[in-house]
Design a protein. Structure first.
Lengths: 501, 178
């Protein structure tokens, strides 16, 4: 194994490979910052340029671009409340309030450093856990994935935007919006009203561009003034503060990274769930949860560490079984096959050096992204102070062309506009937009795994699968816990008050 | 229009949508409706409780922050200024809230229609230039130069670098014939 680790690194230390990594990372950062064009688009566009080059530099280019897009989309979440991709949604909750408080540089510093540490922890855990994780992965089935998705849906109760009832209604609407289109199980067109375009369903990327970016620009126009009014709120933070925050919350970084690695290892879950789950566990384990949603730096650190670690985890099922750990990994899988790399169990035995080459690329790409991120953070932090008369037309233009470019369909522009107006109304009347998107992301996973579980294990699958039952109990426990804690503290407080008097 | 009435209208629209989902779902097969009907029914129950809840409470208490419930966060006293929502805080000189909101909606609709008719690049040029001029942020000359540069950058990025096949608009046949 030591040989494989060293060989994996040596093949990368060539000028061509390092140049490809640099190009990939810069390209990934630029594409990541553009709303709607996430990692999938970035990788898909790179594929034609990878033919004819040796494997290590090509992997540097692809994985570098993939990792660059992740931090790129974090930047827009923090600065503009516009998630560049679904996975960066959780960064809006505290990153954007930090920007509004003049702490954008600190948030970006924390984001970049957390992503680096997450990536490193993820890579190390991946290297160590290769022999352990394989049997666990094979053991889990659709019913366990169903429980994980339901857990993801229940944790929305921890989000602060809006009231509990309205938050739940938002999640319900999000779930139902995801059902628009052809049912993946029965092939029935649902809620399409005869529209051919709606048969394919509504794209998450386009819905998010509308719900967050377009709605945010409408809000900015109505409100007047820039996102951050520098005459009122000066940029009062530094990159180093953000870096120190990450080391101060090192245990949160480790927890979030392991969570990200684990979610990455599970095929088909994707990083979108990871970011949300990381945020929820940061809130639930914090001694001061009331600070979340108002600019708590832990709300930035946890999702970014998870996203950083997720990439290492995602490689495991992609390489070992040919099952992509997420959407980005699906494109990488295509690239691997075109490079002559055949995924399968042999990858973890005979071609272990290649696996470690990829682990090293993740490490190097994360280091490079962080260095660029830390250097550029003070400049990025100036963007939200831009005058709305400049910001509104420019951002709206990029949003609409981004919505179009996602699938080259003009109808997507209309969908982005509709979701923009819907998002503005939801924000105005306190219906959580985040819950809507989370519902949308998890709906398909819940429905697909429910049908698979019923088919494979029968209608009593909850009681015939012990792991599923244990996970179900865990879901009930984590959902009820905050309410029980609240009820308990209310019971204890009057008793303590009574004794004091 | 009072805040309570607005909240009730929004809630009624959502309730109508959820009931519509249940009605439409009855027409699908048992498997296709297995998840949508229970989810929509749950939403209907939540919405009905919300409507009752918001009509029984004072208008200033219509917004309940979940973290106040879950995390024992102290509720801000009614006299304290709260962070305002869209439409509640505006810069001076934009007129009344409803007018600014109507313009914001109109702006999004107009831009979408322009893209549909002329394609993204001409629409971006006209919309951005028009916005710069109407907001009087720049002089004519500057607005034109900045708009041209921005449109060129967008074109180079999307059409050239990212190789996106751009839509040419419904009006293209008219221009290509002439």
């Amino acid at each position: 194994m030591i040989d494989a680790i060293i060989t994996g690194l040596v093949v990368l230390l060539t000028p061509q490979a390092l140049l490809f990594l640099f190009i990939g990372v810069i390209y990934g950062l630029v594409v990541g910052i553009l709303p709607g064009l996430g990692g999938i688009v970035a990788l898909a566009l790179l594929l034609p340029f990878t033919y004819g080059f040796p494997v290590p530099p090509t992997l540097m280019l692809l994985l570098g671009a993939h990792i660059g897009t992740i931090w790129g989309s974090s930047v827009t979440s923090i600065l503009f409340n516009v998630p560049g991709a679904a996975k960066s949604l959780a960064l809006c909750f505290d990153g954007y309030p930090m920007t509004q408080q003049g702490k954008a540089t600190r948030a970006l510093g924390a984001s970049a450093m957390a992503a680096l540490l997450g990536g490193l922890v993820g890579a190390v855990f991946l290297a160590v856990s290769i022999p352990v994780v394989r049997p666990i992965m094979l053991f889990l089935g659709p019913s366990e994935y169903l429980m994980m998705a339901i857990w993801g849906l229940t944790i929305i109760a921890t989000f602060s935007e809006g009231s509990l009832l309205k938050g739940m209604v938002s999640a319900v609407l999000g779930v139902l919006a995801a059902f628009i289109g052809t049912d993946i199980v029965t092939g029935t067109p649902r809620f399409t009203f005869g529209s051919e375009y709606l048969m394919d369903g509504i794209s998450f990327a386009v819905a998010m561009i509308g719900m967050f970016a377009v709605a945010e620009m409408m809000k900015l126009y109505v409100k007047g003034g820039s996102i951050v009014d520098r005459s009122v709120t000066h940029e009062n933070s530094t990159v180093m503060e953000g870096v120190k925050d990450v080391f101060r919350h090192w245990w949160l970084v480790v927890r979030s990274s392991v969570l990200g690695l684990w979610i990455g290892v599970l095929p088909g879950i994707g990083a979108s769930v990871g970011g949300i789950a990381a945020y929820a566990q940061a809130v639930q384990t914090s001694k001061t949860p009331e600070r979340f949603g108002k600019g708590a730096v832990e709300g930035v650190i946890a999702p970014d560490a998870t996203l950083g670690a997720n990439e290492g985890g995602g490689l495991m099922p992609t390489l070992a079984f040919g099952i992509p750990g997420g959407e980005g990994m699906a494109i990488l899988l295509v690239a691997f096959i075109s490079m002559g790399i055949t995924p399968g169990p042999e990858m973890l035995s005979k071609h272990l050096d290649l696996v470690f080459t990829m682990v090293w690329i993740i490490v190097l790409a994360n280091v490079l992204v962080t260095l660029i991120g830390l250097a550029a953070a003070p400049y990025f932090a100036r963007l939200p102070a831009m005058h709305p008369n400049i910001m509104v037309p420019l951002v709206l233009s990029v949003c609409f062309i981004g919505a179009f470019a996602a699938h080259s369909r003009i109808e997507d522009v209309v969908v982005a506009a509709v979701f923009g107006m819907l998002g503005y109304l939801m924000e105005k009347y306190h219906y959580s937009r985040a819950n809507f998107v989370i519902g949308m992301v998890l709906a398909t996973m819940i429905e697909r795994n429910l049908h698979l579980s019923l088919t494979l294990y029968g209608s009593n699958f909850l009681f015939t699968r012990p792991v599923t039952l244990a996970m179900f109990i865990f879901v009930i426990f984590t959902t009820a816990m905050p309410f029980v804690r609240n009820w308990w503290s209310k019971r204890v407080r009057p008793a303590a008050g009574g004794r004091a008097s | 229009m009072s805040r309570r009435l607005q909240e009730n209208i929004v809630a009624a629209v959502i309730l109508f949508i959820l009931l519509g989902v249940i009605y439409l779902s009855w027409g699908y097969g048992p498997r296709a409706r297995m998840v949508p009907i229970p989810v929509a029914a749950f939403g209907v129950i939540m919405m009905v409780i919300q409507i009752i809840w918001q009509n029984l409470r004072p208008a200033e208490e219509l917004h309940v922050d979940l973290l106040e419930v879950l995390a024992k966060r102290e509720k801000a006293p009614a006299s304290m200024p709260k962070e305002k929502r869209p439409g509640e805080k505006r810069a001076a000189g934009r007129g009344p809230s409803w007018r600014a909101e109507a313009i914001a909606y109109g702006m999004v609709v107009l831009f979408t229609v322009m893209i549909y008719l002329a394609g993204p690049i001409p629409a971006i040029f006209v919309f951005t230039g028009g916005y710069f001029l109407l907001s009087r942020h720049y002089t004519w000359g500057r607005a034109l130069v900045y708009t041209a540069i921005f449109t060129a950058v967008i074109y180079l990025l999307f059409a050239v670098a990212l190789d996106v096949q751009l839509y040419h608009g419904l009006l293209e046949p008219i221009f290509s014939q002439s």
